[in-house]
Design a protein around this ligand. Structure first.
Ligand SMILES: [Zn+2]
Length: 395
């Protein structure tokens, strides 16, 4: 009999499993290439709290240090945009005090903020005093206890202070069918409406919200005492509620998407039958459940290229597909390279011109595999291949 689930934010035990990915290996540790299979696995399930609407991990599985990948330029550029937006909103002031709750995903914003004259406080230091600006960059989702985490962030605020959060909202995950964003160690999947209600429970109101195309839809939101959502935030709240982010019926579409990984497997089988070699690029954490759920082994996917030295010489968790350096990937002369992180398309194609020069083609998951046009054709059509489709998230 499994333990009853209790909400990480409101402590209610009323809710239901809305996405069940079965047993999944840890995604944060890439085993050495020769490490014997099978890898240990643990249940990976999303539970929706009926009371507060927070979608969350049902199970607590120990997750070790996450692998720090190479920060894609796209994420650094988003950090620049977000900090500039906060500055435009008058929230980044010389002499102001800032505390950051960071994450293993991407770099700290502190150099950008102290570079604009702010003073950094350590949120872990009990004597640090209040902050005019508390920033959370993908930090919240790593907190097993969401009630305590929100309380800490709210309690750090000076009178009139602002909390700024950057997150991949559940609205994006649902709209884009990104079921593979569910993973061990990522405890909370906030939708904007659920976050708004939870923040109010901690005495701060959602104020502004900006949408960015990164990862299919990244939100930067601000909240402070006494605030009400402005017109832009209200629009995003309505849009997410319209998707059904707080209903089991709405989130059930993620299960349907997860059950559709057969399309990738079928495509790989067809490519092999046609005599083509398929590899992939981006040994991202989000690629792990995809590869595992689709039952992909090295006879279908020759290798996954990744620029992070920490991942090279290893294999994808749960399967024998090796992770190799980009140069090694190019040497394989694959006929097809599936981009597990399409936002890297421009960077990777520029870095590895040899793939296309040798007749290979890049492929994105949209969610079905789709060949990208050759670089010149995409450019002349004025499209960015990374702007749509498939698998997009940090690390
Ligand atoms: Zn709840």
């Amino acid at each position: 009999m499994p333990e009853p689930v209790r909400c990480r934010a409101c402590r209610s035990d009323r809710g239901e499993i809305v996405l069940d990915l079965g047993e999944q290996p840890p995604w944060d540790r890439m085993p050495l290439r020769d490490a014997p299979l099978p890898d240990p696995v643990a249940p990976l399930r999303m539970w929706l709290c009926r009371r507060c609407g927070l979608a969350q991990l049902a199970d607590d599985v120990p997750v070790a240090e996450e692998l720090h990948g190479v920060e894609p330029l796209a994420f650094a550029a988003q950090s620049d945009r977000s900090v500039a937006r906060l500055a435009d909103a008058g929230l980044v002031r010389p002499g102001g005090r800032v505390a950051e709750f960071g994450s293993p995903h991407g770099e700290s914003w502190l150099p950008r903020l102290t570079g604009r004259g702010m003073t950094a406080l350590d949120p872990a230091d009990p004597g640090a005093g209040p902050a005019d600006l508390v920033v959370d960059v993908y930090g919240l989702l790593h907190e097993p206890d969401q009630r305590t985490a929100l309380r800490r962030r709210a309690a750090l605020l000076a009178p009139g202070g602002t909390l700024a959060l950057q997150l991949l909202s559940l609205g994006t995950v649902l709209r884009e069918g990104q079921w593979y964003d569910l993973r061990h160690g990522h405890h909370a999947y906030w939708s904007l409406p659920a976050l708004d209600a939870a923040l109010r429970g901690h005495g701060i109101g959602l104020h502004r919200a900006w949408w960015y195309p990164l990862s299919g839809g990244t939100l930067l939101v601000t909240a402070r005492a006494g605030a009400e959502p402005d017109a832009g935030a209200r629009r995003l709240l309505r849009a997410e509620d319209g998707l059904g982010v707080r209903t089991a019926a709405g989130l059930g579409r993620l299960q349907a998407a997860a059950d559709g990984t057969g399309a990738l497997h079928a495509w790989l089988v067809a490519e092999r039958a046609a005599g083509r070699t398929v590899a992939a690029y981006g040994a991202a954490s989000r690629a792990v459940p995809l590869v595992c759920r689709a039952g992909i082994r090295s006879d279908l996917l020759a290798a996954v290229g990744d620029a992070a030295p920490a991942k090279q010489g290893r294999r994808m968790p749960g399967t024998d597909v090796p992770v190799v350096a980009p140069a090694e990937l190019a040497r394989l002369q694959p006929d097809r390279v599936v981009l597990f992180m399409p936002e890297l398309a421009d960077e990777v194609r520029a870095e590895l011109p040899g793939i296309e020069a040798a007749g290979g083609r890049w492929v994105v998951l949209d969610p079905a595999p789709r060949l990208l046009g050759r670089v010149a054709a995409e450019r002349s059509a004025g499209r960015s291949p990374g702007a749509h489709g498939g698998l997009r998230l940090p690390s």
